[in-house]
Write a protein that binds this ligand. Structure first.
Ligand code: GUN
Length: 297
């Protein structure tokens, strides 16, 4: 039987309905949840992601604005904008789109954001809180993965989750979420990376396999146990002259080959991607609630 398709688009739609209720609660109390996003330059993928974020914000009653600096803007310019937003009481969430141009160091920029407004959950204080099991917010993509699993009927509790990829954006924080002794987590988590030996021997042990290494179609059918649940975090642009844009998106797994072997699988696009944006709105509403003294959870 072909795998169940875990649609992040459908799960996102359910979560957005819940978020709208939280947003209504804030609006009724006179608070307009507001997300400020900052981009440096015109990286096409970043431009496209940010449009999606603005659109989703509008769908759940979050006011959003994108500030764009030219590619050659200085680090000081960016830092002074962050200071201004930190001090602005009408701004509840700050997102600086990554990657930044090479002349700007990422760490001081992330660390300049007020942790209370850090809706990406990238600030070291928030990463540390996540790891010790006392999170403020959860990072968007890993939280989206957890929500797909739980709401899709595949709770990771007691399962062996193998994560391929150790990035600060995905692999490491997903480990931090799923390892906790909590409902919807409580998994045995193995994190594999570029120096992992005998990768396929490990991935074949996974009840839940998460592909987050940023390499197109690199998880093949022989690397997956029959009946495993496969979550594909990859978003890779590959050339496709048949498309108007000249490219199409593929994940880190060989979806067509896995669909007959896995119990359930996320598509690309339409899987983890829409969840990331929705979880960003979740965080913005939570942050707005905390900052205005109106808890919405
Ligand atoms: N670039 C790619 N993904 C993300 C994300 O989740 N947040 C930010 N700030 N930049 C990104």
């Amino acid at each position: 039987m072909p795998a169940k398709v875990l649609s992040g688009k459908d799960i996102s739609a359910d979560i957005k309905t819940e978020l709208q209720a939280k947003s209504d609660q804030l609006h009724e109390q006179g608070v307009t949840p507001r997300l400020m996003m900052v981009r440096v330059g015109e990286d096409p993928a970043s431009v496209s992601y940010m449009k999606q974020k603005e659109k989703t914000a509008g769908q759940v009653g979050v006011d959003s604005e994108t500030v764009v600096f030219p590619e050659d803007a200085s680090e000081e310019t960016l830092l002074s904008k962050i200071t201004e937003l930190n001090e602005d009481p009408t701004c509840h969430g700050i997102l600086v789109q990554l990657p930044l141009p090479r002349h700007i160091s990422q760490d001081p920029v992330i660390e300049a954001i007020d942790p209370k407004k850090d809706v990406d959950c990238f600030h070291p204080q928030n990463v540390g809180r996540l790891l010790i099991g006392n999170p403020y917010l959860l990072p968007c993509t890993p939280h989206g993965v957890q929500q797909i699993l739980v709401r899709g009927g595949y709770s990771p509790e007691g399962k062996h989750v193998v994560v391929c990829g150790r990035s600060n954006l995905n692999g490491k924080p997903l480990f931090g979420i799923l390892i906790q002794k909590r409902t919807g987590a409580n998994a045995t988590v193995t994190v594999c990376h570029t120096s992992t030996r005998d990768l396929a021997d490990i991935t074949r042990q996974a009840d839940i396999l998460v592909a987050a290494m940023g390499a197109p179609k690199s998880i093949t059918a022989d690397m997956v146990k029959e009946g495993a649940v496969v979550i594909d975090v990859g978003v890779n642009r590959v050339e496709d002259p048949s498309k108007k844009s000249g490219f199409r998106l593929v994940g880190d797994t060989d979806y067509d080959a896995l669909v007959d072997k896995a119990e359930a699988i996320t598509p690309v696009p339409g899987g983890v991607g829409p969840m990331t944006v929705t979880m960003l709105m979740w965080n913005t509403l939570t942050a707005a609630g905390v900052q205005s003294g109106i808890p919405v959870d």
